[in-house]
Design a protein around this ligand. Sequence first.
Ligand code: GLP
Length: 245
Amino acid sequence: MRIYETANYEEMSRKAANILSAQVILKPDCVLGLATGSTPIGTYDQLVEWYEKGDVDFSEVKTVNLDEYKGLTRDNDQSYYYFMHKHLFDRVNIKLENTNVPDGTEPDAEKECDRYEKLIESMGGVDIQLLGLGHNGHIGFNEPDSSFAKTTHCVNLTESTIEANKRFFASADDVPRQAYTMGIGTIMKAKKILLVVNGEAKADIVAKAFFGPVTPEVPASILQLHNDVVVVADRAALSKVPRQA
Ligand code: GLP
């Protein structure tokens, strides 16, 4: 695991965008695994800026998103489909038929999760998976659990996640209680992983996830076992990691 420390959020975003654009330049028809949440917004803004300058071309890129709230329609401004269009897809030359987000409107969880998992396989797997980090160590929507979920599945969101995400909704009652998410096994199959994290509020979980024991109670800790992970974190997020004397 390689950890890059940056001075602040802007530098974190630029570094992550550099890594993603390098991937696109090296393999123009690559499969990007994408993430939502507030952390990667700056990364997407930076990619859009470089696209506008003519430095990155998304015309052959394919994407698969990590997760989606169950029950939200695509035009709901809190759906991850809406988020991706707003922050990236509608701003670059990606072909919309090459973008994929789990379908939150499919009520049959097994059917949708099975379709999504097979879709990722049929695309040849993910070349680089972008991840954020939840306050409880979740990645995608893989919440702390007694075992690691292997494939795309339907999860019941924990109270702490509902609490953390309620700021985007009118009230906590409006936050969906379930989501479809790639499993830990799906994420671990990505050839490369790029995790972005910033801010002091994530310092405890960063120390636990990347310097503590590997446990399903801290889902992101499994990334310690992947052989190609880059964490790009600002100084505040790294402020509680054990330092060597
Ligand atoms: C959500 C998403 C995750 C994201 C996490 C952290 O629950 N499902 O993919 O990493 O929240 O969000 P933020 O970046 O806003 O802290």
